[in-house]
Write a protein that binds this ligand. Sequence first.
Ligand code: NAD
Ligand code: UGA
Length: 317
Amino acid sequence: MRYLVTGCAGFVGSHLVERLLAQGGEVIGVDAFLENYPRERKLSQISGVLEQPSFRLVEGLLQEIDLEEILEGIDQVFHLAAVPGVRPSWGKAFQDYADNNLLATQRLLEACRESGIQRLIYASSSSVYGDTDRLPMHEDALTLPFSPYGVTKLAAEHMVRLYYRNFGLETVSVRYFTVYGSRQRPDMAIQRFLRVAAEGGSVTVFGDGEQSRDFTHVTDIADATLRAAARGTPGRVYNVGGGSRVTVNELLALIEQVTGCRLSIERTPAKPGDVRATLADCSSAQQDLGFTPRVSLKEGLEEQWAWLNSLADKAGQ
Ligand code: NAD
Ligand code: UGA
């Protein structure tokens, strides 16, 4: 099978590329190396696959590159490229969210419509549900995003479904719930907290720390995404969660336990766009895809902590 992975050098994309190559696939990866975090970090995330003959990197924006040429001979597309991050999506930055999350998706879908691809899997987000106390979140629930980022993810999800309904392009969306694990983006909570454990300083908690998340390990995310490609019902959306919900305060206590480091904590006001709670109802993914999350939060934190320490070891050599 031949795959296109957009956002291939990112946190989730780089894990997915490795899985596709390991199962014998050929992969074209597209990434524009946007500056949400350093290019060197993104390059290091794909350093293990760059030299593999079954991988080809195309550097550029989905809005600009020759998609017709890239899609030639591709069987399935995994569309992960986006500007992520909930809290920075206000103000002038919104232009980047609109361009890279919505307009880029529309251009990709148009190109896919004209090509012979079998199916497209879209990386959507729990942020489409918004700030609700109706938990767990089910795919049939009302979607009322609470951040501009969430609006772009939902709009793109609608676009993806439209191309199935109107043109028969097989599309499946997977709504990821706060992903963590090795290579987690530097702006995300767990990566920030573990770095403080490793390097010192203080963690900053936004609000009272009683907001909760269904943290999902990246290997479970990659697994569910591959299952959606193999078995997902076209036109459908599937939640992908880690199976439990913890508050930020509980997370900090668990991080202290895993790292053996006591964290100094500063508190600032809650951030606009941050929802109070997320929790995935994964029964649709379980039923249709045979997906069950396997990695507990403690195991996942241990894995991410070991990865972070291995980077420090390499830097020290
Ligand atoms: P990431 O920033 O690590 O990876 C995204 C990659 O896409 C980046 O390397 C970036 O350079 C690239 N990119 C962005 N716009 C592009 C464009 N227009 N053309 C080409 N390349 C472009 O982010 P991530 O955390 O790996 O997120 C991957 C996907 O999963 C995103 O769609 C995000 O919205 C979604 N998602 C992530 C999480 C999470 O917790 N990480 C949760 C829900 C959904
Ligand atoms: C994450 C991703 O960043 C989004 O790209 C994604 O779309 C979203 O998950 C999702 O599930 O759809 P978020 O849940 O905000 O967003 O993930 P984190 O950045 O890990 O934050 C988790 C919680 O920790 C939030 O409530 C946040 O307010 C809090 N936090 C984060 C802090 O208190 N301090 C920090 O320094 C960072």
